[in-house]
Design a protein around this ligand. Structure first.
Ligand code: PEP
Length: 248
């Protein structure tokens, strides 16, 4: 039985006061039976970490650099994040791929470093609309899964794969239950081939892309959908917790 994971990606939103208030409300509303996490902007990690203290809600980072320290202006190391209590970190988010233009090689280095440092790695994959229309969804997702090294990532509890169709992120247009299930099943199959069946049975594959209370029940009921990565609806405790409740 895979415990569902519901993670909020706050992106470049909130200020210090609203981040702390949101974290407090999420912590207050967290219930057993589903794992919750929030990923605030870097500069609020410390304050949000304190607001979450004593709760089961995991603190997450939206990004990290793969080097340990040194002359990397503007970057944040994984050790720095761990010092603040960060437990999970995203890689491959579509905004980093397509807006910030991070390439596969850099994403793979980040993924290896984050997993190697003992954090939970939440690796995002997903196709653009023209790729879906061109029947390339499976090949795009498969290539993005190449960024994960199966021989160096042996613990299924520390890997989460987020399927996030780019056309569904922040657009209000979510994948249908069947579209999500189809790709999640494909991902689990690829994982089974590259790792093994036991690993594939344990690893969590979560859905992201305009997930909200209104569509959460259907999407989260799919057999291969093990939770959600939530942007817009994670900025209000009420909607985030309603999605968590649907997952429960
Ligand atoms: C995301 O940024 O990972 C995301 C899924 O955003 P939204 O829920 O706003 O589509």
């Amino acid at each position: 039985m895979r415990t569902k994971f519901i993670a909020g990606n706050w992106k470049m939103n909130t200020n210090k006061a609203t981040a702390v208030a949101l974290a407090r409300d999420v912590a207050k509303g967290a219930k057993a039976g589903v794992e919750l996490g929030v990923a605030p902007p870097f500069v609020y990690l410390d304050a949000v970490g304190h607001a979450l203290a004593g709760s089961s809600v995991l603190l997450g980072a939206q990004d990290a650099y793969y080097e340990k320290n040194g002359a990397f202006t503007g970057e944040i190391s994984i050790e720095m994040l761990k010092e603040l209590g960060v437990r999970f970190c995203l890689t491959g988010h579509s905004e980093r791929r397509h807006v910030i233009h991070e390439g596969s090689e850099l994403i793979a280095k980040k993924a290896a470093a984050i997993y190697g440092a003992g954090l939970i790695l939440v690796h995002c994959v997903g196709e653009k609309l023209e790729q879906r229309d061109g029947d390339q969804t499976f090949s795009v997702v498969k290539t993005q899964l190449d960024e994960l090294k199966s021989d160096r990532m042996a613990d299924p509890d520390r890997l989460v794969i987020a399927y996030e169709p780019v056309w569904a992120i922040g657009t209000g247009r979510n994948a249908t239950d069947a579209q999500a299930q189809e790709v999640h099943a494909f991902i689990r199959n690829v994982v089974g081939t590259r790792w093994n069946k036991d690993f594939a049975d344990h690893v969590r594959i979560i859905y992201g892309g305009s997930l909200k209370p209104e569509n959460a029940k259907g999407l989260l009921a799919q057999p291969d959908v093990d939770g959600g990565l939530i942007g817009g609806a994670a900025l209000k405790a009420e909607s985030f917790l309603a999605i968590a409740e649907a997952a429960r």
